[in-house]
Design a protein around this ligand. Structure first.
Ligand code: HEM
Length: 401
């Protein structure tokens, strides 16, 4: 591809190789840091090496502010409401630090373990509903998508009957095949719904769910504004649905491709924690990577990146770095535990990791136990891959049991 200045550099995101439905595009032939051309015509530094990605994501010389001029983008317009107050993932310290401190207690391992029975109840309910609807069934649309949508709705305190509204809008927001306007409108609709919900909880004066507690207690204490609570709710809803849903779908495909894994899990259920970590590494669903904008000159992986230039941490490539993982393209559930970067790194590292891990673990465990003979009813093909999504996943997967 040619830059506007006439220089040949590779186009990014790299296309998914035909027929490859699970592994991210191979970046092993690329240098640790190299220049790429984005669909917006911007150029950015693509960082692929494990150590260099960590260096980039922990460096204070980079901003996460998506609205800053020059921020590397894959589309002309950001699919966010115009004023994303409280949208922590797109903020820098000190505002980011303040919000993150307030949210952390809601996502600790301990808090999430207390929530685990609710997660299990939702997963089991969704699996029972899939069974009741009969086979063959589309596992993506009947289980992988609705179950995390119900989990995040329950966590946030969104009434159950509204989760369909959320699920349909959420698909549009993260699907780049919709126009930026359509995506922006969908996120505005969710934002407006959440603003109403927050106002309702405040007028009721008592609430035990995450959003209710923030909307009542933290606003009363002067630590958050009501608009910030709405932004936080929107961010959690957007971050907490498609990610886990796509992980559950792709993880199921991995389990179907390696039947011996299912047998080993049945014999040794404790293996499931390792399985989840290896799945997160191997699949790394945030395919376009984690973008940043340099605010000062800084050297990353031996390359000088100047203030005002964009950089993209390609975590999927870092998770297959030969310097860190032996035989990285092999799915190996017995791999020595090593911190993968599927949840990012540094100050923005995914705040909801404990929740995501529990959701994937419970979903897979219940699926294996309840459907021991699960098999593909149709081969999954390229048309089933969801290439336009911010978070890679499958659109459909027909199964029988
Ligand atoms: C397998 C599932 C998930 C994956 C792979 C994932 C991945 C990530 C990554 C890579 C980041 C860092 C972004 C950056 O540095 O710019 C991130 C941040 C974040 N994630 Fe997740 N995530 C998952 C599940 C969730 C869930 C379930 C929620 C909410 C309920 C969530 C909420 C967030 C939030 C709020 C942030 C921003 C943290 C901050 O800016 O401090 N994520 N996630």
């Amino acid at each position: 591809m040619r830059t506007p200045e006439g220089v040949d550099i590779p186009a990014y995101p790299f296309p998914r190789p035909i027929g490859e439905l699970i592994s991210p595009p191979d970046a092993s032939g690329y240098p640790v840091v190299s220049r790429v051309l984005l669909p917006t015509g911007q150029t950015a530094w693509l960082v692929t090496g494990y150590e260099a990605v960590r260096q980039l994501l922990r460096s204070p010389a980079f901003s996460s502010c998506v609205f800053a001029p020059g921020f590397p983008r894959f589309h002309g317009r950001v699919a966010l409401p115009t004023s994303p107050t409280g949208f922590m993932v797109g903020m820098d310290p000190p505002g980011h630090t303040h919000l993150r401190r307030i949210l952390i207690p809601g996502f600790t391992i301990k808090t999430m373990r207390q929530f685990e029975p609710s997660i299990r109840e939702i997963m089991v309910g969704a699996l029972d509903a899939m069974r009741a609807a009969g086979q063959p069934a589309d596992l993506i649309n009947e289980f992988a998508l609705p179950a995390p949508s119900m989990v995040i709705s329950r966590l946030l305190g969104v009434p159950y009957e509204d989760h369909d509204f959320f699920q349909s809008r959420s698909r549009v927001i993260v699907d780049r095949s919709f126009s930026p306007e359509q995506r922006g409108d969908a996120s505005q609709a969710v934002h407006d719904y959440l603003a109403d919900l927050v106002a309702r909880k405040q007028s009721e004066g008592e609430s035990h769910d995450l959003i209710g507690r923030l909307a009542i207690d933290r606003v009363a204490a002067g630590e958050l504004t009501t608009e910030e609570v709405v932004g936080v709710a929107l961010m959690l809803f957007m971050g907490g649905h498609e990610t886990t849903a796509n992980m559950i779908g792709l993880s199921t495909l991995v389990l179907l491709r390696y039947p011996e894994l299912r047998e080993r899990l049945r014999q040794r259920p404790a293996l499931v924690d390792n399985l989840v970590e290896e799945l997160l590494r191997y699949v790394t669903i945030l395919r376009t990577g984690v973008p940043r904008l340099a605010t000062a000159d800084v050297e990353i992986g031996g390359q000088l990146i100047r203030a005002g230039e964009g950089a993209i941490a390609m975590t999927s490539a870092a998770n297959r770095d030969l310097a860190v993982y032996s035989d990285p393209d092999q799915f190996d559930v017995d791999r020595e535990p090593h911190p993968h970067l599927a949840f990012g790194f540094g100050v923005h590292q995914c705040i909801a990791q404990p929740l995501a891990r529990i959701e994937i673990r419970v979903a897979l465990t219940e699926l294996i136990q309840r459907f021991p003979a699960l098999a593909l009813a149709e081969e999954v093909c390229d048309a089933d891959a969801w290439d336009d999504a911010v978070v890679y996943g499958l659109r459909r997967m027909m199964v029988r049991w």
